[in-house]
Design a protein around this ligand. Structure first.
Ligand SMILES: [Zn+2]
Ligand SMILES: [Zn+2]
Length: 121
């Protein structure tokens, strides 16, 4: 890991409208993250288990699925992570700063993650 230590240090966090979180990082990069995107990458055990289940086409759509996902709270956990609380009451997911940075959806970051970074000489 040769990550720039400034990479995962936020200088400001703000809401953009009701659907996005904007994080400005110490290296000058700005990440615009959709709440939905963050929720679908929730690192808690419950969400990870849910992702492993096969989708059931006969499931009843619950209030949870019909309510647009929004964060209602973002609480710092130490100096390295945030616990995000959602409108449906779920708040078990702890997003580390590294995690938030890696979820950045800007063209720069998405093209970086696709390109292999290490190649043999
Ligand atoms: Zn979760
Ligand atoms: Zn980015």
């Amino acid at each position: 890991m040769s990550a720039d230590p400034k990479r995962a240090v936020p200088v400001s966090l703000s809401r953009e409208g009701s659907d996005f979180l904007t994080i400005t990082w110490q290296d000058g990069h700005v990440s615009r993250l959709a709440w939905k995107h963050l929720r679908s990458h929730c690192p808690c055990a419950t969400c990870r288990e849910e992702k492993l289940k096969k989708p059931d086409p006969f499931q009843i759509l619950s209030q949870k699925e019909l309510t647009p996902l929004k964060a209602v709270a973002m609480v710092p956990v130490g100096h390295y992570a945030y616990r995000i609380g959602w409108a449906d009451g779920h708040d078990a997911g702890i997003f580390t700063l590294e995690n938030l940075r890696s979820l950045c959806q800007c063209p720069e970051c998405t093209s970086q993650s696709k390109a292999p970074s290490s190649t043999g000489h």
